[in-house]
Design a protein around this ligand. Structure first.
Ligand code: ATP
Ligand code: MG
Length: 565
């Protein structure tokens, strides 16, 4: 793994770990990332991945990838493979690869232990009755009539549950803790439920499946996890996590530590919502480039380096917050600005004829691949008599401060000459269809007039050598910062109708058209783009806009704020 840790700011979890090493509580740090294989990972999961893998690596420890596959109805193999791909893409490699299902037998034996020591019983109340007995935050719960069932009977029933003798939902195993506990999680939580369902790894072997709280802590203990890092919603589960380990012959005693979730605005991040978007076909799939999934961000062209730098910069704390999407996009800009080769592309082409340029000829001009990095070398750019420029870069009747092309005006063609517009050709509707310009050969790089200044520089592409490609302009998936809002609101109503604009014939330099999946570029003056790794075909490249060069949303938001005040 790369050494992002060199610049890791400290945080309370890191401090605990440093102390545990200093005091000799642990010789080696062991963490785990425990996804449930019921969907694809999103940018929030990346926070947990960076933390778990990052902090262990920093102190020479180990990190396991452990699938929390305790619910056979929602989980599958494809999600598992996708999660593994995403973790590796982010730049991390696990030391051990495990599944909660690897421990089903041990988990079962520990449950027998709980029963034998009088700390668990087989419940006959229905799920609904259990809920009704549970009480509220202000009222204690009531004991189940089955709570004092003799140990032998519990053992017999539990073994028969395992053997598949009962229907789903008829019986459950509950820990016998305290129905009056102020912490509802401690009011005799369910440990096992009956699910006569086939599991993608254990097949039809099991008819009972462990609940998350039971499986999670014990799996941690079996793997010798030293610090079990999880998000804040598990804070109230910590007493239960500890109780389970204290009441079985636990192989080790991991410490659960909670940190706040990573949240971003203008998107939704729970797997349930993301799944809805996919299943309702509001996006093209889990890897739609507008999705906050790692597969989507990867396809969009976000780099693992940028995502890691982003989460490092955001830090780890217990304070809940929603981070502006602009901050993530900035991390991507910062990374791509340094690395992306520059190239010219015309999104909305207008033909320009250089009337004093010889017909049928091509002049090859040297242009830097990256103006701030000579090591990236130069590329050859073809100039011909006919070129494309951006339609927006010409105005027939411009306002005073318009420094691009206008009738009679001069502009520099980037990496080439100064040109002057002599004639504007229009069609019958009065629409501008072509410009006739003269170029000044003396203003080319290396010529005496090279340093002659004009106020505007525009990009262009040869009409002979340029290649048309499809470009997708991705924007935010939602029009509002918090699409989930209050409970009444349906987030679907806030889907951004302009989150994906397709432009059919964008003209690019031939080297860009020849690029392969994943290659990224800065289109000068327009943004960062990369080859789409799903829809690109030989001879028909598709590129996604990764981000614009500047944060246009920041400006829009500022204007809105000004209007309001
Ligand atoms: P979701 O609520 O999005 O469906 P989840 O928590 O159910 O996510 P899991 O597969 O159980 O998804 O998560 C694996 C790990 O990732 C857990 O340890 C969880 O705490 C962590 N995690 C999930 N979402 C975030 C987030 N937004 N920020 C930080 N960590 C997260
Ligand atoms: Mg979960």
């Amino acid at each position: 793994m790369s050494s992002d840790s060199a610049s890791t700011p400290t945080n309370f979890i890191r401090n605990i770990i440093i102390k545990d090493l200093e005091t000799g509580k642990h010789d080696e740090i062991v963490t785990r990332f425990p996804p449930e294989p019921n969907g694809h990972l999103h940018i929030g999961h990346a926070k947990s991945i960076c933390l778990n893998f990052g902090v262990a690596a920093e102190f020479g420890g180990r990190t396991n990838l452990r699938f929390d596959d305790t619910n056979p109805l929602k989980e599958n193999e494809d999600f598992m493979l996708a999660i593994m791909e995403d973790v590796r893409w982010l730049g991390f490699e696990w030391d051990g690869l495990f599944h909660a299902s690897d421990y089903f037998q041990q988990l079962y034996e520990f449950a027998l232990h709980l029963i034998k020591t009088g700390k668990a019983y087989v419940e006959e109340l229905s799920a609904e009755e259990i809920r009704a007995h549970r009480g509220t935050l202000t009222e204690p719960g009531r004991n189940s009539p089955y709570r004092d069932r003799p140990v032998d009977e519990n053992l017999d029933l539990f073994k028969r549950m395992k053997a598949g003798e009962f229907e789903d939902g008829t019986l459950a195993l509950r820990a016998k803790i305290d129905m009056a506990s102020p912490n509802i999680n401690m009011r005799d939580p369910v440990v096992y439920r009956i699910r006569n369902a086939s599991h993608h790894r254990t097949g039809d072997e099991w008819h009972i499946y462990p609940m998350y709280d039971w499986a999670h802590g014990i799996s941690d203990a079996i793997e010798g996890i030293t610090h079990s890092l999880c998000t804040l919603e598990f804070e109230d589960h910590r007493p239960l996590y500890d109780w389970f380990l204290e009441n079985i012959p636990a192989p080790s005693y991991p410490r659960q530590i909670e940190f706040s979730r990573g949240n971003l605005d203008y998107t939704v991040m729970s797997k349930r919502r993301l799944r809805e978007l996919v299943e309702e076909k509001r996006v093209s799939g889990w890897d739609d480039p507008r999705m906050p999934t790692l597969a989507g961000l990867r396809r969009r062209g976000f780099t693992p380096e940028a995502i890691r730098a982003f989460w490092t910069e955001m830090g780890i704390s217990k304070a809940d917050s929603i981070i502006s999407m602009g901050v993530l996009e900035n991390a991507v800009r910062n990374d791509l600005n340094v690395r992306a080769p520059r190239t010219m592309a015309v999104l909305n082409p207008l033909k320009v004829v250089l009337t004093n340029f010889p017909e049928g000829e091509t002049v090859w001009l040297d242009a830097p691949v990256h103006p701030q990095n000579d090591d990236m070398g130069t590329r050859e750019v073809a100039l011909t008599r006919e070129i494309w420029i951006e339609r927006d870069d010409f105005m027939e009747d411009p306002p005073r401060k318009f420094f691009r092309l206008k009738p009679g005006g001069e502009v520099r063609l980037r990496n080439a000459f100064i040109v002057q517009c002599d004639e504007v050709i229009k069609d019958d509707q009065g629409e501008v269809v072509e410009l006739h310009c003269k170029f000044d050969p003396d203003t080319r790089s290396g010529m005496p007039g090279a340093s002659r200044k004009v106020k505007g520089t525009i990009h262009w592409v040869s009409a002979v050598h340029g290649v048309p490609v499809e470009v997708r302009l991705c924007d935010r998936l939602f029009t509002t910062p918090n699409p989930l809002g209050d409970k009444e609101q349906d987030y679907r109503e806030f889907l951004n109708p302009h989150s994906l604009d397709v432009i059919e014939d964008v003209i690019v330099e031939p080297a860009v058209a020849a690029g392969v999946a994943g290659d990224f570029y800065q289109f000068e003056r327009t943004g960062y783009f990369c080859h789409d790794n799903v829809d690109s075909r030989p001879g028909r490249p598709v590129l996604n806009r990764i981000v614009t060069l500047r944060d246009s949303w920041a400006r829009i938001e500022k204007e809105l704020a000004q209007k309001k005040s």
